[in-house]
Design a protein. Structure first.
Ligand SMILES: Nc1ncnc2c1ncn2[C@@H]1O[C@H](COP(=O)(O)OP(=O)(O)O)[C@@H](O)[C@H]1O
Ligand SMILES: [Mg+2]
Lengths: 372, 269
């Protein structure tokens, strides 16, 4: 290709923030971009003294047809085509102007490669266009920090449960340390895949529809393998067995009591078993670190049955459960803005030439400088 | 360990003799542990481990898990005890009622001892100069842990939940204790004692290198997250494990694979 014009001069790099100036600013504002899975989210947060205020939190979800999962390519295309629309809406709702923004935050990982990249490119573009520093954020840390900010849980054990992650986390010495996790597939993935087996709708989310269906179950508890190892657990054996039971049901098979059983019975049994496992590993971590607070974050954390079970466990330990609703539980841009701004306020930023994404990015890799 | 927040009704077995009031020691991960005079030797104490019904769990699932876990825990303890692994002896059990009575182990969990040694300073490990410090007492404790785990694996048992909370440090008689006074001697006393492995609620019988390696991996991760400042000494556990257990080389080889898998594990599901 011929180049008729000389290449444009390299864009001016945003200067690192002068920390004393930044912290003297009474109002600090960040825009956060999230797209590690099938939700595209853009949110704008305001930090004022010690308070955080959500100025806007807009999300658009890529919903795939029943019986299918979301593919990276299609998801990335969805994020690309909605980014500008969602960003403009976030700015409009927040009612701020571009000079008000201190930094642009984006999800570095973990997540699916193509969707992550599409949103990172858009974030880089905003950074260059508006001459704002970039801040790369760990998605899991975003969930934790937003959960703490919304619920006021100061030093909780965190259960992070989503389509891609199952982790029991506690803070110690400047890191969110992983005490337990799923050894194979994530709990949300198990639910999503079982929804596909039953061809339940993915709208608004497969897990949500399983939860609704489970409410009609309860007549019997079907026997599923219970797989806990210390503070770790595994879900693939359960999924295999649940799939087998579903096939048995579809071919007119009977349950252990000689009666037919329904998709609702299956959803009920699946939830009761896997949530009991999650509560058990969380309780073990609480006993281990001596905490009575538990914070549930991540998309599966919206599940009211899980919250109820966790609440019963925490109450017995003299503590309580903290959970947020779908605005913050489900992937969103505001948590990226919030966690990014916390890091930015300690002097952290991501130079544009290092503003990559990574599919694997462990929660305990992040130095949590903003906590004691 | 979390202090029990409310008064719990003790299991029925502990209400039969009103003269002896059981003391609730901890509400552990899933069980409550009581200290009570032994019905067999009233001048001695015993520990009663009670798994109360879990209100959050479906009653059928709950009954199934409770019964299976008490039975299997007692069975594994018996086996270890018979083979000379340092564990509490089982005195009595009622699996359906959810309790077993075991030997009382004096002392504190290893976690408490190590944390006493490390002190409370939340410093960045990198800036602490360890070269000045004599770490022998802590290293010796790590070695005793490795020996205990080696003995356990030798009997064909994997623990399933190896953490420093699930090991007790049974104090030595005075003549074995480190002598001297002052801070240094106090620190050394914090990590003195025999390692007794407890809490076999998730244990199983297995001879496979893979299962044993996962056991070590669980311990390694629990150790790193519980005692980040002593993480660099963890290898002493593995070194003494190697010395204590003939089949250790194969297990440690497998441990590398398990670690790799852990690190490479997709966060995506
Ligand atoms: N035999 C024992 N003697 C004295 N203390 C014990 C004994 N067994 C357990 N404990 C204490 O009780 C706590 C909980 O017991 P554990 O068996 O680990 O139950 P859980 O399964 O609830 O973790 C231990 O951390 C330890 O402090
Ligand atoms: Mg225990």
């Amino acid at each position: 290709m011929s180049q008729p014009h000389s290449p444009p001069p390299p864009p001016a790099q945003p200067q690192p923030p002068n920390m004393t100036d930044l912290l003297k600013k009474p109002r600090r504002i960040a825009l956060g971009c999230e797209g590690s899975a099938n939700k595209l989210g853009i949110g704008i947060i305001l930090h004022e003294n010690d308070t955080s205020t959500v100025l806007s939190n807009i999300r658009h979800t890529f919903v795939s047809p029943p019986g299918t999962g979301f593919l990276p390519k299609d998801t990335a295309a969805h994020h690309r085509s909605f980014f500008v629309r969602i960003a403009l809406q976030a700015l409009r709702v927040a009612n701020i102007t571009i000079p008000d923004i201190d930094c642009i935050c984006y999800t570095r990982g973990p997540g699916m490669g193509a969707p992550l990249t599409s949103v990172a490119i858009a974030a880089r573009t905003l950074s260059l266009l508006w001459n704002k520093p970039l801040v790369g954020v760990n998605h899991c840390v975003g969930h934790i920090e937003m959960g703490r900010a919304i619920t006021g849980a100061s030093h909780p054990v965190v259960l992070y449960v989503s389509g891609g992650n199952t982790q029991v986390i506690a803070y110690a010495e400047q890191r969110y340390r992983i005490f337990g996790e799923a050894l194979d597939i994530a709990v949300g993935n198990c639910l999503d895949r079982f929804a596909r087996t039953l061809e339940i709708s993915n709208d608004p989310a497969p897990g949500y529809n399983i939860e609704q269906l489970a409410k009609q179950g309860g007549r019997i508890l079907l026997d599923l393998p219970y797989a806990v190892k210390g503070m770790d657990c595994s879900f693939s054996g359960i999924l295999t067995r649940a799939d087998e039971l579903a096939a048995h049901m579809k071919s007119g098979g009977k349950g252990p009591d000689g009666e037919a059983f329904t998709p609702a019975d299956l959803c009920f049994s699946l939830q009761e078993t896997i949530f009991a496992m999650l509560v058990e590993i969380t309780e073990r971590a609480m006993a281990h670190v001596g905490s009575s607070q538990v914070l549930i974050v991540g998309g599966v954390g919206c599940n009211e049955r899980l919250q109820e079970m966790m609440g019963a466990m925490a109450a017995e330990r003299g503590g309580s459960v903290y959970a947020t609703d779908e605005r913050f539980c489900i992937d969103n841009g505001i948590m990226i803005a919030h966690a990014g701004l916390l890091a930015y306020e300690t002097g952290f930023q991501t130079p544009i030439e290092e503003s990559t994404c990574t599919q694997r990015f462990r929660t305990d890799e992040v130095l949590v400088k903003w906590r004691k | 360990m979390t202090e029990p927040a409310t008064e719990f009704p003790p299991p029925k077995i502990l209400t039969l003799s009103p003269a002896h009031k059981p003391i609730l020691i901890t509400q552990g991960a899933e069980g409550r542990l009581y200290k009570t005079p032994s019905p067999f030797q009233p001048d001695q104490f015993c520990a009663l481990k009670y798994r109360p019904p879990k209100p959050y769990r479906h009653p059928i699932l709950d009954a199934r898990l409770t019964k299976a876990r008490i039975s299997s825990e007692a069975k594994v303890l018996d086996r270890c005890y018979r083979e000379g692994v340092p564990v509490p002896a089982v005195l009595a059990k009622d699996a359906a009622a959810g309790w077993m009575m075991i030997e009382w182990i004096e002392g504190e969990p290893v976690r408490v001892g190590i944390n006493k040694w490390l002190g409370e300073r939340p410093e960045d490990d990198a800036v602490v100069d360890h070269s000045q410090e004599d770490e022998t007492p802590l290293i010796d404790l790590m070695k005793r842990i490795g020996v205990a785990v080696g003995a356990l694996h030798r009997t064909g048992v994997v623990h399933g939940d190896l953490t420093t909370s699930n090991m007790m440090l049974r104090p030595w008689a005075d003549d074995r204790l480190p002598n001297g006074h002052g801070d240094k001697a106090e620190k050394a006393k914090a990590v003195a004692g025999d390692v007794v492995v407890i809490d076999f609620g998730l244990a199983m019988q297995s001879q496979s290198d893979e299962d044993r390696a996962v056991d070590l991996y669980v311990l390694e991760r629990a150790f790193a997250s519980t005692h980040p400042r002593a993480e660099r000494l963890f290898h002493h556990i593995l070194d003494s494990y190697r010395g204590a257990f003939k089949k250790a080389p194969g297990v440690l080889h497998k441990l590398e694979d398990v670690r790799m898998r852990g690190r490479k594990r997709s966060m995506l599901g």
